[in-house]
Design a protein around this ligand. Structure first.
Ligand SMILES: [Zn+2]
Length: 202
C-alpha cells in the first residue's frame, strides 16, 4: 500500500477542497480493499450519488469517504441533517471511511466506522444558513465521533502503520450482529460498549 497521495492528479483543479477530494478518492480506489470480505478493488459510484462513494462488488458493502488534513477532530462535517437522519432511520446509511493526511500529502490514518455504529444521537444539527446565504435555510450536520465506541473504529492504517488485513476483517465482522438488532436495543448495546471503553482495563 502506497501512503503517498498522487499530487499529479491535482492538475487542473484550483480549489483546495476539490483537490483533496480528488486525491483522497483516487487513493482509496487504488489502495484500499474491502474491510468486510477482503476484495481487493472497490468501485466508485457515479459522481454526486447522494448515498455513498464506493461499493464492493462481492459483498455489496457501501462506503462514504471523509478526509481531513492534519488531526481528526471529534466533529466531522457532513451533509444535510434531514437527509442523514432519514438515511439512519431507513437503514440506508453507508459505512464511513475516514482518512487523515499530512501537509506533505501522506496518508496517516485510515479507518472505517461501520454503519451499525451510527445512531441519531451522534448526528448534531448545525445552525441553518442565514437568509443572506445562497442556500438560505439549509441545515447541515456534524457527526460526533467522540460518542462512538472503540469497537466502531476499525483501522486499516494507524499513524502510518498498516494493520494486518485479517485483523481488519475480523474487527469489521465482530460487530455485524448489531445490524440485526432493533434501533432501541442497538442503542443500548452501543452505550454499554462505550461505558466498557471507559474502564481502562482488559
Ligand atoms: Zn466486500
Amino acid at each position: 500500500m502506497n501512503l503517498n497521495l498522487n499530487t499529479k492528479l491535482a492538475e487542473g483543479y484550483s480549489s483546495n477542497s476539490q483537490i483533496a477530494k480528488r486525491l483522497t478518492e483516487c487513493w482509496v480506489k487504488e489502495n484500499s480493499y474491502c474491510p468486510c470480505c477482503g476484495e481487493t478493488t472497490l468501485y466508485n459510484f457515479e459522481n454526486n450519488k447522494p448515498v455513498a462513494d464506493f461499493y464492493c462488488i462481492k459483498c455489496n458493502e457501501e462506503f462514504e469517504l471523509k478526509s481531513k488534513k492534519g488531526k481528526f477532530s471529534n466533529l466531522i462535517n457532513d451533509g444535510a441533517y434531514a437527509t442523514m437522519i432519514e438515511r439512519l432511520n431507513s437503514n440506508k446509511n453507508p459505512n464511513f471511511f475516514f482518512l487523515t493526511y499530512s501537509k506533505t500529502w501522506t496518508v496517516e490514518n485510515f479507518f472505517i466506522i461501520p454503519k451499525q455504529f451510527f445512531t441519531p444521537e451522534i448526528i448534531i444539527k448545525r445552525k441553518s444558513l442565514p437568509d443572506t446565504a445562497r442556500r438560505a435555510g439549509w441545515t447541515g450536520c456534524n457527526i460526533d465521533v467522540s460518542g462512538i465506541a472503540e469497537a466502531g473504529k476499525v483501522f486499516i492504517i494507524k499513524e502510518t502503520q498498516l494493520i494486518n488485513p485479517k485483523i481488519v476483517r475480523d474487527s469489521f465482522k465482530k460487530t455485524l450482529f448489531l445490524r440485526e438488532k432493533s434501533a432501541e436495543s442497538r442503542g443500548w448495546i452501543l452505550d454499554v460498549l462505550t461505558c466498557i471503553d471507559l474502564i481502562k482495563k482488559e
